[in-house]
Design a binder for this molecule. Sequence first.
Ligand code: COA
Length: 164
Amino acid sequence: MKPPPPADGLTLRAWDDGDAAALIAVAADPELRRWTSLRVTDETTAAAWLRTQQHGWRTGTRYAFAVLDDHGLVGHAALKRPDGEVGYWTAAAARGRGVASRALELLTGWAFAEFPDLGQLRLLHQVPNAASCRVALKTGYAYAETYAAQHPFPYDGHLHVRAR
Ligand SMILES: CC(C)(COP(=O)(O)OP(=O)(O)OC[C@H]1O[C@@H](n2cnc3c(N)ncnc32)[C@H](O)[C@@H]1OP(=O)(O)O)[C@@H](O)C(=O)NCCC(=O)NCCS
């Protein structure tokens, strides 16, 4: 399966083993620890995380992309299957310049093109994560529902949905 063609200044490609050092550097950010399950601190945890992403591609359960611009790694965007849930993060140094929303738009178009069975895509974020809510809304993921907090998430969550 091919990744989406580069667009809007961003390239999405499957994570590979050569990303370990950049991943370790980016994953030290407390905001990523606060809002995502990413727990990469060293070469061992980076290798395990990269193996999980590669396993997802092989099994068709999770399509995770490294997001790159001219400066290198700036983020991550992923589609889970079969439920059609999307997720993303942006490296701290690259926030506030539309990386997440551009990457999500690319991922969304790719997902609908590759998986004709997907009638809609789902996006979940914890309610106090206002930046993520904004990314969802400006990328056409309409607010759909609020879920009560559920382990491991300490806050209530918003479900956003984008129809095909
Ligand atoms: C959420 C996150 C992915 C946004 O990445 P980004 O590349 O900065 O996103 P964009 O630049 O595309 O858009 C961010 C939007 O949120 C807004 N924003 C940023 N911080 C905000 C805040 N504290 N409150 C409200 N809006 C905020 C920005 O102004 C921007 O909106 P605008 O374009 O209307 O001005 C990034 O902050 C991040 O990686 N956070 C940690 C991981 C995470 O939360 N992942 C999502 C889990 S659901």
